[in-house]
Design a protein around this ligand. Structure first.
Ligand code: SF4
Length: 75
């Protein structure tokens, strides 16, 4: 099975810098000047990345599959 790749985006205007994402998925997110920034725009499918997007209190993170469908957060 070919591993899936996800694309991460963070809305820097919405992010309040709570840091939950960087704590949940430190390999995928870091805070830069108080704003979450994806370390890599594309990542291997990772439950920690999905959890980070679900945990963001302001839903600033969007995770999409390679076709652009939203994986997290769930509507
Ligand atoms: S959890 Fe959401 S609000 Fe907090 S730093 Fe990450 S993207 Fe920003």
């Amino acid at each position: 099975m070919v591993s899936d790749h996800w694309r991460i985006s963070v809305d820097g205007d919405t992010c309040i810098g709570a840091g939950i994402c960087a704590g949940t998925a430190p390999a995928a997110f870091r805070l830069v000047n108080g704003v979450s920034t994806p370390i890599h725009e594309t990542v291997d499918a990772d439950d920690a990345v999905r959890a980070a997007a679900e945990s963001c209190p302001v839903e600033a993170i969007t995770v999409r599959d390679r076709k652009g469908a939203v994986i997290a957060p769930e509507p």
